[in-house]
Design a protein. Structure first.
Ligand code: GDP
Length: 414
């Protein structure tokens, strides 16, 4: 049965070099791959265990896209984490990766804040109207300052950054956060490497600041939603978590706000909460109304909706060699379905080719799948003539995506 696209997230992780992109990605893979055997996580083990496993099985965390499951509010989501090259220059590769993802987690170092590469990547993401979530990493480091980074995102990047949390403890003593949406405080449990947390009373010395920040958050979110605005004036306490998240999500997708969270991926703190908010606040493939391209015969603009019922179209965004399966072509599907073993038309070569197998790269295995459906990302084997940037489509339903820009800006991140 085809997956419900609303449970898919195609995300990238963008960062200035050294902000912790590799560590954070490793943690994401590790948590999702190991979540069924949490008890086996031992001290400081995540990185080394993962690396050893990687070498052993020849799977690379720098794969063009890795698929991980994530449970959130009773549903299993599929996250495709797309590698976002961190180059400062405006390479085709960076542009292409921004094109195939639907949302970004933007990492900052809590010590260094907005750095030159963050500015470049931020502006590129603006060009593609990519909704984003800010994660201020390295909160355990000396000189870490979450609110300073929140301010910098406003002042230097010109975006409406909105803190969702208030850190508890600083530097070496960073141990938890006040969640401003639920207005509860949590500290991460050290013994299971931050996989779980304990709820505590909001520390008395933070209560006033936390109350003010929650007020600010509710006021901002109410701005995006008339019904919430009414409730906000009548009784702000009657506003539920679900209502805040729903309004915030719309605002994030429309580029009106960048929610900001914090943590320390090295110390296993905050990455899980960040992933929860990837599900809650970043778009699914369904949130993009359609992808536009040109008709290879007439040059006219045509579009495809993110639906299994449309003719297939997808973009080849990376070609890689895998030690086990050979040459892989990473494809982002936008519409329709591509079954393994079927023929696919390439408008560049004007040929159709039979593809053999389709894989998804997981944290600890490669999964062969029967078909690649709209909104999903997979690695296709069997092409004889393929280049990155090629559009793949159903025969008789030609479309060329690469030469096109994304649809009209629905988003106004500026
Ligand atoms: P990348 O260049 O963005 O991929 O950054 P890395 O993940 O390689 O991290 C750069 C360095 O910072 C490494 O030495 C990491 O161990 C360290 N690091 C990453 N995250 C944290 C963190 O949350 N706290 C601390 N103290 N160090 C971190």
């Amino acid at each position: 049965m085809a997956r419900d696209l609303k449970f898919t997230r195609n995300i990238g992780i963008a960062a200035h070099i050294d902000a912790g992109k590799t560590t954070t990605t490793e943690r994401i893979l590790y948590y999702s791959g190991m979540s069924h055997k949490i008890g086996e996580v031992h001290d400081g083990g995540a990185t080394t265990d993962w690396m050893a496993q990687e070498q052993e099985r020849g799977i690379t965390i720098t794969s063009a896209a890795v698929t991980v499951p994530w449970n959130y509010k009773g549903n299993t989501y599929q996250i495709n984490v797309i590698d976002t090259p961190g180059h400062v220059d405006f390479t085709v590769e960076v542009n292409r990766s921004l094109r195939v993802l639907d949302g970004l987690v933007f990492l900052f170092s809590a010590v260094d804040g907005v750095e030159p590469q963050s500015e470049t990547n931020w502006r590129l993401a603006n060009n593609y109207n990519v909704p984003r979530l800010g994660f201020v990493n390295k909160m355990d480091r000396q000189g870490a300052d979450f609110m300073n980074v929140v301010r910098q995102v406003k002042d230097m990047l010109g975006s409406n950054s909105l803190p969702l949390q208030l850190p508890i403890g600083a530097e070496d003593d960073f141990k938890g956060v006040v969640d401003l949406i639920n207005f509860r405080a949590i500290v991460w449990n050290e013994e299971d490497k931050g996989m779980t947390f304990t709820e505590i009373e909001i520390p008395a010395d933070l209560l006033e600041e936390a109350t003010e920040m929650r007020e600010h958050l509710l006021e901002q979110v109410a701005e995006f939603d008339d019904n919430l605005m009414e409730k906000y004036f009548e009784d702000p306490n009657s506003i539920t978590e679900a209502e805040v998240l729903a309004a915030l999500r719309q605002a994030v997708i429309a580029g009106k706000v960048v929610p900001m969270m914090c943590g320390s991926s090295f110390k296993n703190k905050g990455v899980q909460a960040m992933l929860d908010n990837v599900m809650a606040l970043l778009p699914s493939p369904l949130d993009q109304e359609a992808i536009t391209g040109t008709d290879p015969k007439t040059g006219d603009e045509i579009s495809r909706k993110p639906s299994y019922d449309e003719p297939f179209c997808g973009l080849a965004f990376k070609i890689a060699t895998d030690p086990f399966v050979g040459r892989l072509c990473f494809v982002r599907a936008y519409s329709g379905k591509l079954p393994a073993g079927s023929y696919i038309y390439n408008p560049r070569t004007n040929n159709k080719e039979r593809i053999s197998r389709i894989f998804q790269m997981h944290a600890n295995k490669q999964n062969q799948i029967d078909e690649l459906g709209a909104g999903d990302i997979g690695a296709v084997v069997g092409f004889k003539d393929i280049r990155t940037g090629d559009t793949l489509c159903a025969e008789g339903h030609g479309i060329i995506l690469e030469s096109m820009d994304f649809p009209d800006p629905v988003i106004g991140l500026a």
